[in-house]
Design a protein around this ligand. Structure first.
Ligand code: DAH
Length: 344
């Protein structure tokens, strides 16, 4: 009988090795240590054994049962691991792909200069505690105009040639100032955020005009915010972008959503050109103190809170930074242009 036990155990050992499915392992286990398994059969016949045999068989069959249970657990874990490894192997990224694409004459992509500058500016503002918000390209009249103190009859609507949808209720946003409204709706003061994105205007294109371009809106609302705060943040931004202190000036500028409104200009000299028409003050950053009507439309009490806002033209900034003479290059998709800004 002792020999029979050894046989059962050895038979189990050799069979379990070749299995690779959990269900098969479990049914093999049942044939040995299940209620009707071979081990149970042996124990049933124990009554016919001699007292010496019984002494040996009892502990030995317990030992075999324990060993088998251990082996089953180890095998099930192994099967699970193999399955995971197999799945991972099927989903691995083939890093040699870039080379094979190159072999076929295709170019590996880089980030567009506008995306690069957008990310750079986001990082600068994040480091100063600003959130980065997003907003939809398709907007309604309220968020693009009404809430920004531009009612239906306001002549300022003419300043922004709008792509309207047929329902005349929806439009492609003409500026990222829409994000000011969405930001005010979604948070309580004090807060500060920037909102970058594409904007659309029904314009005839030329060297300085595109139908689709990029802005980055900024807004800070809190208690006792001043023009000094506005200038501080703008100068910090410009210093980070141009890697040097920039001389700035504020001129009065009119935008219905700010009062007072400013044009912030930077002192700019195109290298190597002397004091030509490319030198002097460059209009870069329209901004101002948020109009009380705008705060009200965003659900904020203008008696308690105030703030500043600005709208930075990202394409303009890229053009200034890299001395690009025609805005249309940016959307040309021309690799000879794009490759000059490849950054890894
Ligand atoms: N939304 C304006 C435009 O596209 C730019 C602008 C001006 C944004 C003044 C502002 C601001 O936040 O304060 O022409």
């Amino acid at each position: 009988m002792v020999q029979k036990l050894d046989e059962i155990f050895n038979d189990f050992k050799s069979k379990i090795e070749s299995l690779d499915k959990a269900a098969d392992v479990l049914s093999l286990k049942a044939t040995v240590i299940g209620k009707k398994g071979s081990l149970a059969e042996i124990l049933k016949s124990l009554k016919d054994a001699t007292p010496e045999e019984r002494k040996e068989i009892g502990p030995k069959s317990n030992q075999i049962k324990a060993d088998i249970e251990k082996m089953v657990v180890a095998k099930l874990q192994q099967i699970e691991k193999d399955e995971i490894d197999k799945k991972l192997a099927e989903n691995t990224i083939d890093f040699s792909l870039t080379d094979s694409i190159m072999d076929k004459g295709l170019q590996a992509a880089g980030l567009h200069p506008v995306t690069q500058i957008q990310q750079e500016i986001e990082d600068i503002f994040i480091s100063m505690g600003f959130d980065v918000l997003d907003g939809p390209h398709i907007e309604d009249d309220f968020h693009n105009f009404e809430a920004l103190n531009i009612p239906e009859t306001h002549p300022a609507r003419d300043m922004q040639d709008t792509f309207w949808f047929k329902d005349m209720k929806h439009l492609l946003r003409t500026h990222t100032s829409t994000i000011q409204v969405r930001g005010m709706e979604s948070r309580k003061p004090p807060f500060k955020f920037v909102g970058p994105g594409k904007v659309f205007r029904c314009e005839r294109t030329d060297a300085t005009h595109e139908m689709c371009f990029h802005q980055l809106e900024g807004m800070m609302v809190g208690k006792d915010i001043t023009v000094g705060n506005l200038i501080y943040f703008m100068k910090t931004l410009l210093r980070e972008i141009f890697q040097k202190d920039m001389e700035v000036r504020l001129r009065p500028g009119y935008f219905p959503f700010v009062e007072p409104g400013f044009e912030l200009d930077i002192r700019w000299k195109k290298p190597g050109k002397g004091e030509s028409k490319h030198s002097g003050w460059l209009e870069l950053l329209p901004c101002g103190m948020v109009h009380p009507n705008v705060l009200k439309a965003g659900g904020i009490d203008p008696e308690k809170y105030n703030g500043f806002a600005f709208g930075l033209g990202l394409d303009r900034l890229v053009m200034v930074k890299y001395m690009i003479e025609d805005i249309r290059h940016l959307h040309s998709g021309d690799l000879r242009f794009n490759k000059q800004f490849k950054m890894y």
